[in-house]
Design a protein around this ligand. Structure first.
Ligand SMILES: Cc1ncc(COP(=O)(O)O)c(C=O)c1O
Length: 360
């Protein structure tokens, strides 16, 4: 089969080595005669898989001991509700930074539970930049500050951790987790849907500081309480066992590649060459402020949108799939997460240059 490079924003490509190992272990995990899919989550075998995955993500992200790592379901979208339910603790207000579509979804959900102070917004600039920290109007009474370090749709990424003093900082890291080193101790809560940089869909990883567990609002559903999952080691109910196992294989793969520093180096190189190709041409355009261009999601438009369909069709024939931009912004989007090999980015650049030549 010809090599396909899948630029989907999620579910996204997984490393080839991980897929091959999963395939080899599919029906007979380590000589036990059964698949991980068929194992009880309480079995000795699965507990060893689960513990190893947690130990590896802790090592990769250097997660301090006073943080729990939860392996949940419900997607990042459930965290939009779990964060206010667990962190408000009787306060009536929270700060949100609005840098794009995913921030807006988090804000809309939080409004069901509290007053939301949008402390800064990139909306007037069409979400092509990040308002400087000096212009944020944080509320000293806020229970927490929520932001989206990487906006998957707009391709806008923070390159530093905003200083919000002692107020817990909450980050939706769905599309940037594990792409570079991060100082976990700066955060109260980090959450991420797995289907981009962690593993298959169905798993949500939540990293939460101990002191933020156990103060959920009265009436919080049992499954929406961090305390429930923390006390039960993420096994209060049946966890997404196969996705958890696959995440573990991805963590091992990242460790073998040299960890998050090595990932960051590769991700910087991949994204820089793609932005360079876009910037050097008058045919392609990326609207994002160069100071906050995402390493993971690279949106771009063609100067003649009438060529969009032709571009996508020919790209697909060349084995470059799922390049269509999100319906809200149009154009193209190349999602180049950890598992996208550098050859995939090189192949895309070569295709773009060739397409430009033939269509100008
Ligand atoms: C930044 C961000 N937040 C949240 C979500 C929603 O995640 P889920 O589908 O896991 O609920 C996505 C999905 O693409 C995302 O990119």
């Amino acid at each position: 089969m010809a090599r396909i490079f899948n630029f989907s924003a999620g579910p996204a490509m997984l490393p080839r080595e991980v897929m091959e190992r999963a395939a080899a272990e599919m029906t007979d995990w380590h000589g036990r005669g059964i698949s991980v899919m068929e194992m009880s989550h309480r079995s000795r075998e699965f507990i060893s898989i689960a513990e190893k995955a947690e130990a590896d993500i802790r090592e990769l992200m250097a997660i301090p001991d006073n943080y729990r790592v939860l392996f949940l379901q419900g997607g990042a979208s459930s965290q939009f509700a779990m964060v206010p339910l667990n962190l408000l603790r009787g306060r009536g207000t929270a700060d949100y930074i609005n840098t794009g579509m995913w921030s807006k979804k988090a804000i809309a959900e939080a409004r069901r539970f509290c007053e939301v102070n949008v402390a800064a917004s990139g909306e007037t600039g069409g979400f092509t930049g990040i308002p400087p920290r000096s212009e944020w109007s944080l509320n000293p009474d806020a229970a927490y500050v929520h932001y989206t370090p990487n906006e998957t749709i707009g391709g806008v990424e923070f390159f530093d951790v905003p200083d919000v003093g002692d107020v817990p900082l909450v980050a939706d890291m769905s599309s940037t987790i594990l792409s570079r080193p991060v100082d976990v101790s700066r955060y109260g809560v980090i959450y991420a849907g797995a289907q981009k940089n962690i593993g298959p869909a169905g798993l949500t990883v939540v990293i939460v500081r101990d002191d933020l567990i156990g103060g959920e609002a009265p009436g919080t559903p049992t499954m929406f309480s961090y305390a429930t999952h923390s006390k039960a080691g993420s096994m209060y109910n049946t966890p997404p066992t196969y996705s958890w196992y696959m995440a573990g294989l991805v963590f091992e793969w990242i460790k073998e590649k040299g960890g998050l520093k090595a990932m960051a180096e590769i991700n910087r190189r991949k994204s820089e060459k793609l932005y360079k190709a876009i910037d050097e041409s008058d045919f392609y355009h990326n609207p994002v402020d160069p100071a906050c261009r995402s390493w993971m999601n690279v949106p771009f438009t063609l100067s003649d949108p009438g060529l969009d369909g032709k571009f996508l069709g020919q790209a697909e024939e060349a084995g470059l799939i799922t390049l269509k931009g999100h319906r809200s912004v149009g154009g193209m989007r190349a999602s180049i997460y950890n598992a996208m090999p550098e050859e995939g980015v090189d192949a895309l650049i070569e295709f773009m240059k060739d397409f430009e030549k033939k269509n100008t």
